[in-house]
Write a protein that binds this ligand. Structure first.
Ligand code: A3P
Length: 321
C-alpha cells in the first residue's frame, strides 16, 4: 500500500512507511506505537513526542475523539479564565470563537513541520488538548507532573458519533454504520483501540489521582454542576462561596451547555481546518449530545457484541464505561 509522504522530512517518513497499514477510512491508517493514526498524524506525534516542551502548570485535556472534547475545552477555558473573562459578560470569548479554537491540540494540526512554536508563545497556565493515548504522550508531561483531565464516554455512543462525524470529513468519502461498527469492534478506529485509550488513563488515574482526573461524559450530563465544581477544584481554581451564591457555577454550566453553544452563529456556520488539510464545518462538533443515542442506530445484536468486547477488554480493571 502506497502511503503519501510529506516532502520535508524524508528520514522521519521512512519510519512511518514501515509501519503496518490498513485501508478503510478516508485514508489508510498506520499502527503507530499501538495506536491507529493517519501517516500525517504519526509524523506529527513523533515531532511532538521529542520537541514539545511542557510547563509544570500546563493543564492537559485528554480525550478519545467524539467523547466530548469540545465541551471539555469550553468548560476548562471558562473555569480557568473566569477572573479575566466574566462568565456572564457579553464579550466572553466563547460567544465569538469556536471552543475548538480556544484551546489548541498538542499534536494538531498535522503538518510535516509541526507548529509547536504556536504553543510556546501561549501565556501560563496553558490549557492544551490531546487525543493521544497516555502511553504516546510526550513523556515530560508526566515527569513534570502536569495535571491531566481525561474524559471518556459510553463506547456505543462514541461509535455512533464517530460514524456521523466521519461521513463529514470528506465529500468523496462515505462509510456505512455496519463497516464503522466492524472497524470499531476490531479497535481499528482513529486513535483506537478505544479500550486501550480509556484503560491507559484509568490505570494511571488510580496511581496518581491528584494528577489525573478521570471523568465520564454521561455522569457530567447527569450532574454538570457537581462536575464543574470538581473540575475547578482539580484545576486549583475552586469557586469561592461568593461565586457559588452568586450563581457563577450555574452560569458556567449554561454558557458551555450544548444548546447554548450549538445555537451561537460562530458554531452553527462556517468551517475551520483544525486537523490539517481537512476543513470541517463548525457545526459538525455539535450534533445531538443525546445520551444513549446508539439506541436509535444500533441493532440489539450490535449493541451486545460491542458491550461484550468492552467488558472483556476492561475486565479486572475496575473501569465500567
Ligand atoms: P454526538 O455526536 O453524540 O451529538 P468531540 O467534541 O470529542 O468531537 O465530541 C463530539 C460530541 O460531543 C458530539 O456528540 C457533540 O454533539 C457533543 N457535544 C458537543 N458540545 C457539547 C456540549 N457543550 N455538551 C455536551 N455534549 C456536547
Amino acid at each position: 500500500q502506497e502511503i503519501e509522504h510529506g516532502p520535508s522530512d524524508e528520514g522521519e517518513s521512512q519510519v512511518v512507511s514501515t509501519l503496518p497499514t490498513r485501508e478503510g477510512w478516508w485514508k489508510p491508517f498506520v499502527l503507530f506505537q499501538g495506536c491507529w493514526l493517519t501517516p500525517q498524524a504519526a509524523e506529527s506525534v513523533k515531532v511532538a513526542q521529542t520537541k514539545f516542551q511542557p510547563r509544570p502548570d500546563d493543564i492537559i485535556l485528554a480525550t478519545y475523539p467524539k467523547c466530548g472534547t469540545t465541551w471539555l475545552k469550553a468548560l476548562a477555558f471558562t473555569i480557568v479564565h473566569r477572573s479575566r473573562y466574566d462568565v456572564a459578560s457579553d464579550d466572553h470569548p466563547l460567544l465569538t470563537r469556536h471552543p475548538q479554537d480556544l484551546v489548541p491540540f498538542i499534536e494538531m494540526p498535522y503538518r510535516y513541520i509541526h507548529p509547536l512554536e504556536e504553543l510556546e508563545v501561549l501565556p501560563t497556565p496553558r490549557i492544551l488538548t490531546t487525543h493521544l493515548p497516555l502511553a504516546l504522550q510526550p513523556s515530560a508531561i508526566s515527569t513534570l507532573g502536569c495535571r491531566v483531565v481525561y474524559l471518556c464516554r459510553e463506547p456505543k455512543d462514541v461509535l455512533v458519533s464517530t460514524w456521523h462525524y466521519m461521513n463529514k470529513v470528506r465529500e468523496d468519502f462515505h462509510i456505512d454504520l455496519e463497516m464503522t461498527f466492524e472497524f470499531f469492534c476490531e479497535g481499528f478506529s482513529i486513535f483506537g483501540p478505544i479500550w486501550e485509550h480509556c484503560l491507559g488513563y484509568w490505570k494511571q488515574s488510580m496511581v496518581e489521582p491528584d494528577r489525573i482526573l478521570f471523568l465520564k461524559y454521561n455522569d457530567m450530563m447527569a450532574d454538570p454542576i457537581k462536575h464543574v465544581k470538581m473540575l475547578a477544584e482539580f484545576l486549583q481554581v475552586p469557586f469561592s462561596e461568593e461565586e457559588e451564591s452568586a450563581g457563577v457555577v450555574e452560569e458556567v454550566v449554561r454558557l458551555c451547555s450544548f444548546n447554548n453553544l450549538k445555537s451561537l452563529p460562530v458554531n452553527s456556520s462556517g468551517a475551520g481546518d483544525r486537523i490539517g488539510d481537512l476543513p470541517m464545518e463548525n457545526s459538525a462538533f455539535f450534533r445531538s449530545a443525546k445520551v444513549g443515542d446508539w439506541r436509535d442506530h444500533l441493532t440489539e445484536e450490535m449493541a451486545k457484541k460491542l458491550d461484550s468486547i468492552i467488558v472483556d477488554k476492561l475486565k479486572n480493571s475496575g473501569l465500567v464505561l
